[in-house]
Ligand binder design. Structure first.
Ligand code: ADP
Ligand code: MG
Length: 728
């Protein structure tokens, strides 16, 4: 059964909304006709010329004008691939994949040949790939391996207005290296072209940053969008999830009272989106199209989710026009705001919220939070309805919410997230002074210091701020530094087989399925409990290992997953990630200086002790009752998350380490492992050992030996004091 929900298709069999599919239709023939309608098409020759004449160029234009899909093709046709590849970066993984698929289709080639993509843990390129879409994180890794980017003729940094951390860093690096004639030609036989693409915002500032490079603006027409505010979500609703129900209500109202035209709903994340799709489906099934719908040509609703970790074949459907008489309703994350353009959208339903990774200074960690969007973001969302004709935007929130809760602009990621990984990258690139690096927007100095401190704690840099041998190994892994540290510890002890699967499992989406129905939930809980029993200990990390190994050794892994309420798709990617991490490790182990250590403790404790090496920054001690207190100097009060296998055991625990935290009205720790104080005793003082302000002088300039000595004496004194406090 593959039809949308509609009057003549009110089938008895219920399908989950996520599985509502288009009826079997062949892909619309993609012709150059469509491409010729895009605003960018009229600028083709001028654009090619501009790229020829400038080593740095900014291209700006409304979203949907054809920058991402067309410009690389123009440059390819014009022969820019003669000497090297054209590389295009995207802040988002899904965007890199979908756009590459689209461009391969337009160029009539198989994906992975001339056109390919690379995202973390997924490389779809071959030696013949000349147009390569990738995430900004991937390009940053390539810079590490080859700072001259000698394989590339053109680098296009796309979606710069999104201000993702990695894109901001790449901008600084490209400016530093390629705008200086002395360094620009180092390691290259021909000059590199850099194109920076952005929606219309802030191009003046960008141009100044890039030494007044020219800005090429693609003229485009936008149609008016009328915006209506709602009554439902006001300043008081910041912490509730009522917005999911409200967007469903508003979307259905649009469906039944507005003229034909597709709907785009902006929500926050996968769970909320799937919930909304389910609700929409339920309600849409009850519509009687003879009486309930204002526009009689509308005969059904096609509900499609769109979020980052969705399988790509489902993502493709998003772009196909709906069948005649059917209204398409896409329920998406912020990805549909600028990265992907869906044609035919006439109505927007804006929840007003977005899921954002923020550095939470209260707990000293990065936390994924649902926060109000900025006003500029809200305008961008609304604009998606006015691309080809006038449109309407329904905001579910009140004007009071707009005034009081929504900031004017979105804060760039570099100013709100942990910088540990990028600072290590910069250090490995030989950039010692990370404070005076050319940032488009400077992060707060304390964030840089925090990162330096963490790197020091993981032994990735020494007291002078120089990268250690370990740091050089750590930078090779696309993982959180703490996890990498634990993995390297395990590898040095010869037990990487315990840590590799865990690192892989922590790099994919949540593998435990939580069904909505209470009965099913009970069954899932039982199955998950059985897996805990099989693990033999209460330890969420070990549980991940059990799931990985049990599934891998099963004859029919997908059936095993189904039976145990485990996400097969997530686990399949974990298998692939594990292989890739193993390959990186094997390559590094060829190095002569790869550390080798021996373990003289109890074998059964080996696994947890390795974890402690990377997670001693995330230690918590039981305080009173069920409340734990973190030991990182913040002393935050935290609770064990109900999803943890230790949730019911918590009163018997004294010391734990945890992988991450979730902040709601309380701070929860997730993926938890009990430990003994003995294992972290010698590591904990390291958390208080360095004074960040002293590290800052390290960040600025090389320190003399004299200063070093003074500092070390002072530190030793402090350490003694520190350990006294610890024993109390
Ligand atoms: P920009 O980068 O300027 O925002 P794009 O190049 O992403 O613009 O989009 C140009 C056009 O290509 C839009 O009309 C969009 O709908 C279409 N398009 C992009 N990706 C796909 C896809 N995967 N399938 C169908 N159409 C697509
Ligand atoms: Mg684009």
């Amino acid at each position: 059964d593959q039809s949308p929900v509609g009057a003549d298709s009110a089938q008895d069999s219920r399908m989950p909304a996520g599985a509502v599919q288009n009826p079997n239709r062949t892909e619309p023939p993609q012709s150059s006709m469509d491409a010729k309608k895009l605003p960018i098409y009229h600028q083709k020759n001028k654009l090619i010329q501009a790229v020829r004449e400038n080593s740095f160029l900014i291209v700006s234009g409304e979203t949907g004008s054809g920058k991402t899909t067309q410009l690389p093709q123009y440059l390819y046709e014009a022969g820019f691939c003669k000497d090297g590849k054209i590389g295009i970066t995207q802040p988002r993984r899904v965007a890199a994949i979908t756009v590459a698929q689209r461009v391969a289709q337009e160029m009539h080639c198989s994906l992975g040949l001339e056109v390919g993509y690379q995202v973390r843990f997924d490389d779809f390129t071959t030696p013949s790939t000349v147009v390569k879409y990738m995430t900004d994180g991937c390009l940053l890794r390539e810079v590490l391996a080859d700072p001259a980017l000698s394989a590339y003729g053109v680098i296009i940094l796309d979606e710069v207005h999104e201000r993702s951390l990695n894109t901001d860093i790449l901008l600084g690096l490209l400016k530093k290296v390629f705008s200086n004639p002395h360094t620009a030609s180092k390691g290259r036989s021909f000059p590199l072209k850099v194109v920076v693409m952005s929606a219309t915002m802030e191009t003046d500032k960008l141009s100044v940053f890039l030494n007044n490079c020219p800005v090429f603006t693609i003229p485009g027409r936008v149609y008016p969008v009328t915006c209506k505010f709602g009554q439902a979500v006001g300043p008081k609703d910041l912490e509730s999830t009522a917005y999911v129900k409200e967007v469903v209500k508003v979307a259905l109202n649009v469906h039944t009272t507005e003229m034909a035209g597709d709907i785009l709903v902006f929500l926050t994340g996968q769970v909320e989106i799937e919930r909304a799709c389910d609700l929409l489906f339920e309600k849409a099934e009850c519509i009687d199209y003879r009486y309930d719908v204002y526009d009689r040509t509308v005969e059904g609703l096609l509900i499609l989710p769109l979020y980052g970790s969705m399988p790509t074949d489902q993502q493709k459907q998003i772009f196909q026009p709906p069948p005649p008489g059917i209204r398409k309703c896409v329920v998406a994350t912020n990805i549909a705001a600028t990265s992907l353009t869906i044609d035919g959208i006439k109505y927007i339903v804006d929840s007003g919220f977005v899921k954002q990774l923020n550095h939470n200074s209260r707990v000293g960690l990065d936390v994924l939070e649902v926060v109000p969007i900025s006003k500029s973001e809200a305008r961008q969302r609304a604009g998606r309805a006015g691309r080809t004709s006038a449109g309407k935007c329904f905001r579910i929130y009140t004007t009071e919410f707009w005034e009081k809760c929504m900031p004017e602009y979105t804060v760039p990621e570099i100013q709100r997230s942990s910088l540990t990984a990028v600072i290590l990258t910069l250090k490995c690139l030989g950039i010692h002074d990370v404070i005076r690096f050319p940032y488009l927007a400077c992060p707060e100095e304390r964030f840089i210091l925090e990162a330096l401190k963490q790197l020091y704690q993981f032994d990735a840099i020494d007291r002078r701020g120089k990268v250690t041998k370990l740091g050089e190994l750590m930078v090779e892994f696309p993982l959180h530094p703490g996890l990498t540290r634990a993995l390297l510890k395990a590898a040095s002890l010869g037990c990487q087989d315990l840590l590799l699967p865990v690192a892989a499992m922590l790099s994919v989406e949540n593998i435990f399925i939580r069904p909505g129905q209470p009965e099913k939930q009970k069954e899932a809980d039982q199955k998950h409990k059985a897996l805990v029993a099989k693990t033999g200990s209460m330890n969420d990390f070990a549980l991940l290992l059990t799931v990985f190994q049990s599934c891998k050794s099963s004859d029919r892994p997908s059936a095993w997953c189904k039976d145990n309420w485990i996400h097969w798709r997530a686990l399949k990617s974990a298998f692939s990630v594990e292989t890739q991490l193993r390959e990186i490790l094997l390559r590094l182990q060829q190095r002569r200086d790869f550390p080798v250590e021996t373990f003289d403790g109890n074998k059964s404790e080996l696994f947890r002790q390795c974890l402690c090496t990377g997670y001693f920054t995330n230690v918590a001690r039981r305080s009173v009752g069920k409340v734990f207190c973190t030991m990182d100097g913040h002393g935050s009060m935290v609770h064990i998350h109900p999803s943890s296998s230790l949730f019911e055991q918590e009163t018997e625990l004294n010391w734990v380490i945890f992988h991450d935290v979730m902040v709601t009205s309380r701070v929860y720790i997730r993926t938890v492992c009990p430990i003994r104080y003995d294992w972290v005793k010698d590591l904990l003082p390291k958390l208080h050992e360095v004074d960040v302000y002293e590290l800052s002088s390290v960040a600025r300039e090389e320190v003399t030996d004299d200063e070093m000595k003074k500092w070390e004496t002072k530190e030793a004194a402090k350490r003694q004091q520190g350990s006294k406090v610890m024993k109390k």
